[in-house]
Design a binder for this molecule. Structure first.
Ligand code: ATP
Length: 354
């Protein structure tokens, strides 16, 4: 299994090093046949070769079975489009990674803001109100006059259908409940198209219970009774916002894992950003990227019907969760004093000694 490792910017190199070491430890322990290829993208690549995404790195990503990608400090990228390619957006659109899977759960020992929660947000990843990627030519955001700004939201029948399928498939492997989050009371056509596809796909999964919730109500319900939700499917921007809310309820962005999946490619990428305020300080929480990497292994295990990869995925999340129980192995964002490196060492020891 070929995995490309791209550390990214800010805290990326520190946290991705932990995921990388964990993959190597899993391979030693379970002989899962991993071939890890280490390349650079982002500001390090810009410095070396003048672009944040060199062509050969993009080609390697295309050939790999999966990618572990660190966060990007896109605000520091040059405006020139070739030099300052937004890596994350590029992969999502060029590899058609239409499903962004973002789990959030309350874990033993971790100080969260709600007593109970174990849900997965399935966020559409290629359409919506993301102005920089929803047009073939030009952008979806424009200003006809200095005092008028307009933004276009994109929803297609196929885009809505395939994200609904991803959610229902996931629900079949969990508790067979899907919540579709929308704003069809205002965005009658945009959210309406989404709901129409959810209804159409639901007919193919009669054993799955479906409910529909308006996005503003959902923001409140997530705080009030998150335990009531299991698989939550929604369009791009609603998913972005609600998943950050869910991550915060579960203990913070440092735990926010995510997998970007398309029909051919999959990229593990933490839901948080490059956290420049703590970059280089050895205090970033690597759990989000570690659990994203576990999601990638699980996805590849299911895709290739490889039980060992699925076992490796389970072991990795189990070991990371176990370390979080003790304050000694929690990073400062979770009230501990463990460094990123120390967490990595503890994780590797725990995997190898398992
Ligand atoms: P982006 O716009 O790129 O998503 P952002 O503006 O949302 O980034 P982040 O980089 O995600 O911001 O950081 C938000 C806050 O969360 C910062 O205070 C940062 O230090 C903290 N944070 C993010 N990721 C982690 C992590 N892995 N460990 C500890 N703290 C983190």
């Amino acid at each position: 299994m070929n995995i490309l490792i791209l550390p990214g910017d800010g805290i990326g190199p520190e946290i991705v090093a932990v995921a990388d070491a964990a993959l190597q430890a899993l391979d030693r322990r379970l002989s899962i046949g991993l071939k890890l290829d280490h390349q650079v993208a982002g500001l390090a690549a810009l410095q070396r070769v003048g672009t944040t995404l060199p062509e050969e790195v993009a080609a390697k990503a295309r050939d790999a079975d999966g990618v572990v990608l660190g966060p990007a400090s896109t605000e520091d990228y040059p405006l020139d489009q070739r030099a300052g390619i937004n890596i994350s957006a590029w992969f999502r659109s060029h590899f058609d990674l239409y499903a962004n899977i973002r789990p959030s759960k309350i874990r033993a020992g971790v100080p969260g803001h709600v007593p109970e929660m174990d849900l997965i947000i399935v966020r559409e990843n290629t359409e919506g109100f993301y102005a920089d990627r929803n047009m073939v030519v030009g952008t979806g955001e424009f200003m006809p006059t200095p005092d008028l700004a307009l933004a276009v939201g994109k929803a297609t029948t196929e885009g809505c259908r395939r994200i609904a399928v991803a959610a229902f498939e996931l629900a079949m492997r969990r508790t067979k409940r899907v919540t579709a989050v929308h704003k069809a009371n205002v965005l009658r056509h945009y959210s309406g198209l989404f709901l129409k596809q959810v209804d159409a796909v639901a007919k193919e999964y009669p054993s799955v219970k479906v409910e529909k919730v308006i996005v503003d109500a959902m923001a409140a319900l997530l705080v009030r009774s998150p335990e009531k939700f299991d698989v939550v499917v929604t369009t791009n921007m609603f998913g972005d916002i609600l998943s950050d809310e869910a991550a915060e309820l579960a203990g913070g962005l440092g735990l926010a894992a995510s997998l970007n999946v398309g029909d051919r490619h999959a990229i593990a990428q933490a839901a948080h950003g490059s956290a420049p305020d703590i970059a280089g300080k050895n205090r970033a929480n690597p759990v989000a990227i570690v659990n994203s990497t576990a999601m990638l292994l699980d996805h590849l295990g299911a895709k290739h019907k490889d039980g060992q990869l699925k076992k490796a995925a389970r072991l990795l999340t189990e070991k990371a969760d176990q370390l979080l129980i003790s304050k000694i192995t929690r990073t400062p964002d979770l009230g501990g004093s463990c460094t990123t490196n120390e967490f990595g060492d503890a994780l590797v020891n725990s995997i190898v000694g398992a």
